[in-house]
Write a protein that binds this ligand. Structure first.
Ligand code: ATP
Ligand code: MG
Length: 438
């Protein structure tokens, strides 16, 4: 992609409405644009990041046999009356009337909807377990939308739902998802910490939030220092026992966010207690028959008779993650994207656009990288070097390749690693190999 043609409306100044670094940088890097409070458009650079995050989240869901589908954003109110949540949800729910005066709503979550689909289609215990998910926009009319897309009103969520015959099965689904979340956040370049959590309006009695540590996080978190160093095994056990053991290990030491914090337990850790701020990026719930029972989603059981399946739900804040990753990975000059989600892998800077030799060298490098499947943003603008360097640092691509007249003459280019700041002069082949990686 040529930057001269790319829609990248960067800002030089810090926008005054942005209180935290991710919001500031997303606006300055031309990733998002506010439409109204808590509602944003995703511009091309931001949309590429959002799509990359979504792809990683999807791949990890697929890997545990969770099947992707797509449910609508607009739901009938009647479904929510069945579970008794239509009134209970309160003013956070955006309520809509259609032309026939029917009560509709913009879904803040989808437990009722998936249970409705399930009860109409699944009739026998033989069809269990079922793990289903979608990635869809949600609307919650938050009292205080803020921090850009981190606490939006309209936001993109991956939400999964499990249906099992009994508690043992439901626990297995919960554990699968627990480990899947740890892997997902690891793939996104984040260290997420699972914490015992309150269940809020979703309900239920077993629940964990996944938080990443960041000074600007909205939650206060408390955990044992050791949790920060826990590592996942290379492969996830697939049997119930092995999986439970892994979850037990990750939940064996104290960890809680504000609502669940027990100061006595926390203080007992002494100097091992870490007190920090955190951003909630995922939340999983086991809630048994909270929805299946009132909505009469029954299946025939193995011993005849009817069984009410046990359910769980599992959310990841896909759009919030874009901001959370920036909170965790930036410096004074701008964003530093992890390679897994970066909008482009390489920023190619032409220091003298219009110079035939520099232009040719850039075209050649662009083609060579594209040929290796590397995404490149080529700054071919007629701009001062300083502007180009600053913009490239701001948008945070992991590698920069700098082509200038002097280097072209002696057959070298400069490469810079955005994270370490390390610069190297290399010949064409070495430079290509280095930035292409893999
Ligand atoms: P929070 O405590 O941050 O308000 P929640 O507990 O109400 O979130 P859940 O119902 O657990 O949210 O939703 C699952 C995930 O969706 C959250 O872990 C979070 O990452 C994301 N999410 C929730 N609310 C928002 C929002 N207003 N803007 C962006 N992402 C959100
Ligand atoms: Mg939550």
């Amino acid at each position: 992609m040529r930057l001269s043609q790319y829609f990248l409306p960067t800002l030089k100044e810090n926008p005054s409405e942005a209180q935290i670094v991710s919001h500031r940088l997303m606006l300055r890097a031309g990733m998002i644009r506010q439409s109204s409070a808590g509602i944003y458009s995703w511009l091309p650079l931001g949309f590429r990041v959002l799509a990359n995050i979504q792809r990683i989240v999807e791949a990890e869901q697929d890997a545990i046999g969770c099947q992707q589908m797509l449910m609508p954003t607009i739901q009938p109110a009647d479904l929510w009356r069945e579970s008794d949540r239509y009134d209970a949800y309160g003013p956070e729910m955006l309520r809509i009337k259609d032309r026939h005066e029917r009560d509709m709503l913009y879904g803040p979550t989808n437990e009722e909807q998936i249970t409705d689909i399930f009860r109409a289609t699944v009739k026998s215990y033989r069809d269990l377990p079922k793990l289903l998910y979608h990635v869809q926009w949600k609307f919650r009319d938050e009292v205080r939308p803020r921090f850009g897309i981190m606490r939006g009103r309209e936001f993109l969520m991956k939400d999964a739902y499990s249906f099992d015959l009994d508690y043992a099965g439901a626990r297995m689904s919960y554990n699968k998802m627990f480990v899947c979340y740890l892997r997902t956040f690891e793939k996104l370049g984040l260290k997420a910490i699972p914490m015992a959590a309150d269940t809020g309006p979703i309900g239920g009695d077993l629940s964990h939030e996944f938080l990443i540590l960041a000074e600007t996080g909205e939650s206060q978190v408390f955990c044992h220092r050791r949790l920060l160093d826990f590592k996942l095994p290379e492969t996830t056990p697939t049997d119930a026992k092995g999986l439970q053991a892994l979850v037990d290990q990750w939940t064996s030491v104290y960890a809680a966010s504000d609502d669940k914090h027990d100061p006595v337990k926390g203080n007992a850790l002494g100097t091992d207690l870490v007190t920090a701020r955190g951003i909630e990026v995922g939340h999983i719930f086991y809630f048994g028959t909270k929805y299946s029972k009132p909505m009469k989603a029954m299946v025939s059981g193995p011993e005849g008779g009817e069984v009410t399946p046990e359910m769980g739900s599992y959310g990841i804040g896909v759009s919030r993650l874009a901001g959370a990753i920036i909170e965790a990975s930036h410096d004074d000059a701008g964003i530093i994207w992890p390679e897994s989600v970066t909008p482009f892998r390489v920023g190619l800077i032409n220091l003298k656009s219009g110079d035939s030799e520099c232009d040719a060298a850039c075209e050649d490098i662009y083609r060579a990288l594209a040929g290796r499947g590397v995404t490149v943003l080529h700054d071919d603008r007629d701009q001062r070097a300083g502007v180009k360097f600053a913009d490239m640092d701001l948008i945070g691509l992991p590698w920069q390749v700098v082509v200038g007249p002097r280097g072209v003459k002696s057959g070298v280019v400069e490469i810079k690693n955005r994270r370490s700041g390390e610069r190297q002069e290399l010949n064409r082949e070495s430079a290509l190999a280095r930035v292409a990686g893999g």
